[in-house]
Design a protein around this ligand. Structure first.
Ligand SMILES: [Mg+2]
Length: 137
């Protein structure tokens, strides 16, 4: 099965070729077209390096892919329970997502402070709306 990143790269190449008039049969959805060609730059150029748009897109594409893979491993645990292999897969996918979060900060999409504030906000919500912080009975 084609991985999401490969799919997005292929669509980008097809779009570029189509633009050049080499190809005419493939019509990407308006959504893909918008994603690939909108200058949705979130990076504050004053603070960080100016990364090309395709690099920024790749950051978001891989982050999406890794979040999906982590979701899959969480669902496997819920469905089948934990064993050595699933634990290793979970560790791997958690690391992948953490790496992408770190890269979001390194690329200046969000700041370290914004990430920390958001983490605290989520913890506070969980204290109110989940049982995660309850004393064990
Ligand atoms: Mg992964």
């Amino acid at each position: 099965m084609e991985r999401h990143l490969e799919y997005m790269k292929r669509r980008l190449r097809e779009e570029e070729r189509k633009k050049e008039g080499i190809m005419s049969g493939i019509h990407p959805s308006p959504y893909v077209k918008e994603v690939l060609h909108t200058d949705h730059r979130l990076i504050d150029d004053k603070k960080v390096k100016n990364f090309p748009q395709d690099i920024q897109d790749e950051l978001f594409i891989i982050t999406t892919e890794e979040c999906s893979e982590l979701s899959k491993e969480c669902m496997k645990y819920l469905r089948w329970g934990m064993d050595k292999k699933r634990r290793q897969n979970l560790i791997s996918e958690l690391g992948d997502v953490k790496c992408m979060i770190d890269l979001m900060v390194e690329f200046g999409v969000i700041s370290e402070q914004e990430l920390e504030d958001s983490t605290i906000t989520k913890r506070n919500k969980l204290k109110k709306w989940s049982k995660l912080f309850n004393e064990p009975k």
